[in-house]
Design a binder for this molecule. Structure first.
Ligand code: FAD
Length: 376
């Protein structure tokens, strides 16, 4: 069946935008993708990949590349700060009993895999430019670009992330992201042979952990509660991270602290979240990914729901007769699932910050995992 649109512009070449470009192009739609960064870089350490993300990778066609360049695990080992093992929470596979239930990969490696797939799928990628104006003409949409060119499209997809310029231009009344009172430290370390699963030490207010992300690397994460989201001088990163790890007497955590050095890519990021009320579209402009549902990483599912948005909009455009039907169908299929991820992640963060009810924390983790396993 022919899709109900012929030509689409995707603004933003992150995980959501690249996935949208790939999926639309596979449906026979002509896709231009503009990315503001001329070098198309992705910073950061590792990213956790849950069962639903692995399912989405299979749909996009990058599962083999992920398995070759990332790492998989069987679940999460939870410890007390002293090192006592408290629980193993399995990551159930969603794609048959032999498929992995979870994993991780270096962010720039995942971005390279998706970028290669984007180019291979005949998407017209234009780097180092962005839109200047978006003019809705009713039966089409006219976009002018910062390099002086302009073009006409049936649909524009804004996928330019948390501080989206497309959102500001098309939904000027929408509230932007808000700081949640917690930040996360991350670092890259050589993988230790004894670390097979996500391995976490949970204190009363903060948690530390490591996650294997390739055959020889793992990433570390440590949360910290801070009243404001001010910048931290990077010259103090090492001493601040080591001071936080000193609160975990577990021998393994102390071993990890000693392994930190100037090659560990230590990074601190204050956490922000937002959920834009629907609809996430206006006439011929649709927003996806972090532009409308930026989540904190407590369920490690932000990239997952952005990639799923891409799969669902391509499916709706190919399945329905009109753009209006496709956009309405997209909204119905996506809002509740994305709300669940953003709000449950936010609640988990609040429980951690206030030292709240651990039973509620466990129940939210379990219920969210069940919900994420549902078909999209
Ligand atoms: C600390 C932290 C840890 C996380 N951990 C996980 C995890 O373990 N697992 C998980 O699934 N999710 C995780 N997430 C969430 C995940 O990183 C995001 O949800 C995901 O990266 C969003 O992708 P996106 O493509 O929507 O937006 P982005 O990644 O922000 O991509 C936006 C793209 O648009 C480009 N752009 C920006 N402005 C313009 C413009 N005007 N014109 C053109 N291009 C533009 C940018 O350069 C970028 O390439 C985490 C988030 C944080 C903050």
């Amino acid at each position: 069946m022919r899709a109900c649109v012929e030509k689409v512009l995707v603004i933003g070449g992150g995980f959501s935008g690249m996935s949208a470009a790939i999926e639309l192009s596979k449906k026979g739609i002509a896709v231009d993708l503009v990315e503001i960064d001329k070098d198309w870089r992705t910073d950061g350490a590792g990213i956790s990949i849950g069962g639903a993300t692995i399912r989405a990778f299979a749909q996009i066609g990058i599962l083999d590349e992920f398995l070759a360049q990332g790492a998989t695990h069987k679940g999460l080992d939870v410890h007390a700060p002293t090192g006592q093992h408290l629980a193993f929470i399995p990551a159930p596979p969603l794609m048959g009993k032999d498929a992995p239930g979870g994993g991780a990969i270096m962010r720039p490696v995942l971005a390279k895999i998706l970028a290669a797939k984007t180019r291979e799928t005949n998407v017209n990628v234009r780097l180092g430019i962005t839109f200047e104006q978006i003019n809705d003409r009713g039966d089409s949409i006219e976009v002018s670009f910062t390099d002086g060119t302009s073009d006409s499209y049936d649909l524009v997809i804004g996928a330019d992330g948390l501080n989206s310029s497309v959102r500001r231009a098309v939904f000027p009344e929408a509230e932007g992201p808000a700081y949640i009172g917690q930040g996360v430290w991350r670092a890259v370390l050589p993988r230790l042979p004894e670390i097979d699963n996500v391995t976490m030490w949970v204190g009363p207010h903060i948690k530390a952990g490591v996650n294997p992300m390739s055959a020889d690397e793992m990433y570390m994460f440590v949360t910290e509660n801070r009243e404001t989201n001010g910048r931290i001088d990077s010259a103090t990163y090492m001493e601040k991270l080591k001071a936080l790890l000193a609160g975990f007497p577990a021998p393994m955590v102390q071993k990890l602290a000693v392994m930190l050095d100037e090659d560990s890519l230590i990074h601190y990021r204050p956490l922000e979240g937002m959920l834009m009320p629907g609809p996430w579209y206006k006439n011929r402009v649709l927003l996806i990914g972090d532009t409308v549902h930026a989540t904190t990483p407590h369920l490690a599912s932000g990239a997952c729901i952005g990639i799923e948005d891409a799969i669902v909009i391509a499916d709706e455009l190919a399945r329905t007769d009109t753009l209006d039907e496709a956009l309405a169908g997209f909204q119905t299929r996506r809002f509740e699932r994305c709300r669940m991820v953003v709000e449950n992640s936010g609640r988990l963060a609040q429980i951690e910050i206030t030292g709240g009810d651990k039973v509620e924390h466990t129940n939210i983790m379990r219920d969210s995992a069940i919900a994420l396993a549902q078909p999209i």
